[in-house]
Design a protein around this ligand. Structure first.
Ligand SMILES: [Zn+2]
Length: 85
């Protein structure tokens, strides 16, 4: 992602990202034209909407991780869940 300084049009460096939620972050930016401009600012970035749904669903990723576990750990998890009751 590229951020530009609105004062001089130079590229800006993102020095820090403050994640406010899963869909909203504040980007702390510093203009790279330090000598002539020196502008530092905050830009907001937020999720807008989905164009194509992700193939990864939370349940799928959990299932994938479960399948990657060694057999004995899988059995141990099922024993702890006690699925027979
Ligand atoms: Zn600038």
């Amino acid at each position: 992602m590229r951020v530009y300084c609105r004062e001089c049009g130079s590229k800006a460096l993102i020095t820090e990202e403050e994640k406010m939620s899963s869909v909203f972050s504040k980007l702390y930016c510093q203009c790279t034209n330090a000598r002539a401009c020196g502008h530092s600012f905050v830009a907001h970035i937020n999720f807008s909407h989905t164009l194509k749904p992700s193939a990864v669903k939370p349940n799928n990723s959990l299932l994938v991780r479960l399948c990657e576990l060694p057999r004995d750990q899988q059995l141990q998890m099922f024993e702890q869940l006690d699925v027979s009751k």
